[in-house]
Ligand binder design. Structure first.
Ligand code: CMP
Length: 142
């Protein structure tokens, strides 16, 4: 089925100037960008976005990293987009990410891991609405 997923290119990858290379991988995987926005997250925004991890030991470091510089947030659409996006990203920990994945090629650690992707349809819908609201997505018309 055609799905949408929320993707974030994190501050480490933006700083490395590989936004275009990462976008090319999305496109090569058959994913279309149907919304996109560059922003520098506030602590409040990053904390709310990652609220499910509030009790995890890495939460503080995660919020400070995600607010350390600008990110690019996008909605990707395509057949099985959630899993397809996770495949191109590779494992959360770049040390475990398959060769040729975004994290294997651009991430440095589990904390600075280049990108985020929704993990399920429910979280994808929530995360898309968090950044783009109810009508902030632009499906292709041609
Ligand atoms: P992300 O998909 O953005 O979701 C939460 C982030 O927390 C994750 O990517 C990692 O960058 C970071 N993180 C740090 N330590 C861990 C851990 N032990 N397990 C999962 N995520 C972690």
């Amino acid at each position: 089925a055609v799905e949408r997923t929320l993707s974030i290119i994190k501050p480490d990858a933006v700083a490395k100037n590989v936004i275009g290379k990462i976008y090319a991988r999305f496109e090569e995987a058959g994913l279309q960008i149907v919304a996109a926005r560059m922003m520098h997250l506030s602590e409040e925004q990053a904390g709310e976005f990652y609220a499910v991890h509030k009790e995890r030991p890495f939460y503080g470091d995660l919020v400070s990293f995600m607010t350390s510089g600008p990110v690019i947030v996008q909605v990707l659409e395509g057949e099985n987009a959630i899993a397809a996006h996770r495949d191109v990203m590779g494992a959360t920990n770049p040390a475990e990410a398959a060769p040729g994945t975004i994290r294997a090629d651009f991430a440095t650690s589990i904390d600075e891991n280049a990108c985020h992707g929704s993990d399920a349809p429910e979280t994808a819908a929530q995360e898309i609405e968090f950044f783009f609201g109810k009508d902030g997505v632009c499906p292709r018309t041609r």
